[in-house]
Design a protein around this ligand. Structure first.
Ligand code: G6P
Length: 608
């Protein structure tokens, strides 16, 4: 949600800010703006719509400046418009703010400031902060920001500049990501690392309630009481290229193609030369596992769908009882959590507000909190007691693909590890399963190679307005993910139904020509799926089925069939979902949708 970039140095700041915002556009793209110091004043430009509009404006009317802040917005308060775009300023434009997050008490503050004569021009919560800083300013902007922090409530990351103090950019954060890039004679602020990677690999990961002051010559970090804190530098090892499109038309397609590699890397938790799982920072012992009488998996969106498969795996291999919850539901439903609870949070970004809140709730009630995340140094990473990293590399497209499959590989590793520790899985069983898991990169690659065939399905059915995904057992969870992917990026209405539930309602929606995607990869449920396919076809559905190669009988029942290699039922979700990702991708491109920036969505949801 919203991207922030700040720059102070010798370069043209608009170049650095615009290039940084390009890398952050996945966080929101309703509008974009920047503010730059010029001739002892701060010039602000901001426009509704994509970053390109701001970019063109700057190209035609450049601002000569070496210090400024920029923003790309995902609208929360006030519709996307020029006036609601960031930066926001006080009345005389001497204090300028960009913001990510939500100020919860903004109405109350707005009322009070209005009474005191402040005039508002936008509907945003952010503008309140610009006026509040004006009210608090007594010649020291750091002090004003510090005071402001004890007044505003909510979640936020801010970058602030002040006309009277043209040698500094101030950053603060609470429950919203903000990082500092450290250079030579230049420093940076950003919501995420890719924005600054072309310039520096030395990064400081800000903590909640800290105030950071960036000047050309250095960076100082203060806690909320004003005491200076030491800076712990994090060296980024991954490549800037990892976060570039690299010749692919879209990030999503690139990331689908990167899945064999992401799987291969994440499989290292189950090394082939050892008969144990090695989970690095996960310190959970056999005794711990014996103590836990309940495991919760909490997550949002695609990560939640990974959690559903995680439940199946942990229950099967470690014989522990698992509940999977959508984080925004878990946090408000008074769950039974205590010292005998293990909570596993799954989050690609590591910054999802609801997932973080669920973790905190569990921790406050004595639970052990473990996380599976893709982002080192993210809030989820820092707040969990045990962390397992999905080794997918940076994921940029809003629709998650490689993060999901590596979350699944991580969940295999966790469930098998727990099984081995508890003795519910023998070493031989583990080794046999691991052998199969190591085939996954090859299985997935074979599906990616069938891309053109999948594209043909999308070409043929691109005008459909509804689609249904049906499956049983693990397939039913993959259906949920396939359906989510499709609706997110192609805007086709779609539903996922456990095939056994068809008769209890969804079948009423099937009519002549309805497109049904049927997943039939579970051998022991295969016959049942054949019956379900017959039922929907009898009502006019056009069925595209996905099944293991050896279950050829399917070709007689479905209108079209795609095969995955023969493999144990438990590992079919990974190759199967890749078909569905490609299907969603091609439906979206055939319909002319903006695949990487679907409407109304953002990659990282840092507000409730
Ligand atoms: C957003 C993204 C989804 C993602 C979900 C959870 O909605 O668009 O792709 O699955 O957030 O994000 P997380 O970073 O916690 O996995």
């Amino acid at each position: 949600m919203c991207g922030i970039v700040g720059y102070i140095g010798e370069k043209q700041c608009t170049d650095v800010i615009l290039s940084g915002l390009t890398k952050l556009e996945y966080r929101g793209y309703d509008s974009a703006g920047l503010a730059a110091f010029k001739d002892k004043a701060i010039e602000t430009r901001k426009f509704k719509g994509r970053l390109q509009i701001l970019d063109e404006n700057i190209k035609h009317h450049p601002i000569e400046s070496t210090m400024g802040i920029g923003h790309t917005r995902w609208a929360t308060h006030g519709a996307p418009s020029d006036v609601n775009s960031h930066p926001h300023t006080n009345e005389d434009h001497s204090i300028v703010v960009v913001h990510n997050g939500i100020i919860e008490n903004y109405l109350e503050l707005r009322e009070r400031l209005s009474k005191n004569g402040y005039k508002f021009t936008s509907q945003t919560d952010t503008e309140v902060v610009a006026h509040l800083l004006d009210e608090l300013y007594r010649g020291d902007i750091i002090d004003a920001v510090r005071q402001m922090l004890s007044i505003v409530k909510g979640s936020y990351a801010f970058a602030v500049v002040c006309k009277n103090e043209p040698d500094k950019i101030i950053g603060v954060r609470k429950d919203s990501p903000l990082i500092v890039g450290l250079g030579k004679g230049e420093n940076f602020l950003a919501s995420d690392i890719p924005a600054i990677l072309p310039y520096t690999r030395e990064v400081y990961l800000m903590q909640d309630d800290e105030i950071v002051v960036c000047t050309r010559d250095g960076v100082t970090v203060y806690d909320k009481d004003g005491s200076e804190k030491p800076i712990e530098i994090f060296h980024v090892t991954w490549n800037a290229i990892d976060a570039e499109k690299g010749g692919y038309e879209h990030f999503m397609l690139k990331e689908i193609h990167e899945q064999p590699e992401g799987i291969r890397k994440t499989l290292h938790y189950m090394p082939e030369d050892k008969d144990e799982v090695i989970l690095g920072d996960v310190k959970i012992t056999k005794e711990d596992l014996q103590r836990y009488n309940k495991v919760y998996i909490v997550a949002c969106g695609t990560a939640y769908h990974a959690g559903l498969i995680g439940k199946y795996l942990i229950e099967k291999y470690a014989r522990m009882s698992v509940e999977v919850d959508i984080a925004s539901e878990f946090r408000y439903r008074n769950p039974i959590v205590d010292e005998q609870t293990l909570l596993i949070a799954i989050s690609q970004s590591g910054e999802t507000a609801d997932t973080l809140a669920a973790m905190r709730l569990a921790k406050n009630n004595g639970a052990r909190v473990m996380a599976i995340t893709n982002v080192i140094g993210s809030s989820v990473d820092r707040e969990a007691q045990d962390v397992l990293y999905t080794l997918a590399g940076p994921e940029i497209a809003v629709a998650s693909t490689k993060a999901y499959v590596t979350q699944l590989v991580s969940l295999y590793a966790v469930s098998l590890h727990f099984g081995l520790l508890k003795g519910t899985l023998t070493k031989d069983e583990y080794i046999a399963l691991r052998r199969e898991l190591y085939h996954l990169p090859g299985y997935v690659q074979r599906i990616i190679d069938l891309d053109k065939k999948i594209q043909n399905i999308a070409k043929e059915h691109k005008d459909k307005e509804d689609m249904y995904f049906i499956g049983r057992g693990l397939d039913s969870y993959v259906c949920m993910e396939g359906s989510l992917k499709l609706k997110e990026i192609s805007y086709i209405h779609s539903e996922a139904a456990a095939a056994g539930e068809l008769k209890h309602g969804p079948i009423a929606l099937i009519e002549e020509g309805t497109l049904v995607i049927a997943l039939c990869t579970q051998d022991f449920l295969f016959e049942k799926m054949l019956s379900n396919i017959q039922e929907v076809r009898a009502r006019g559905a056009y069925v595209v089925a996905f099944s293991k190669r050896s279950n050829e009988a399917i070709t007689k029942e479905a209108d079209e069939t795609f095969f995955i290699d023969d493999m144990p039922d438990d590992i079919t979700p990974i190759p199967t979902v890749v078909y569905l990702q490609l299907l969603a991708y091609h439906f979206a491109t055939e319909r002319g949708c903006d695949v990487d920036k679907p409407r109304n969505l953002a990659k990282s949801v840092t507000v409730e």
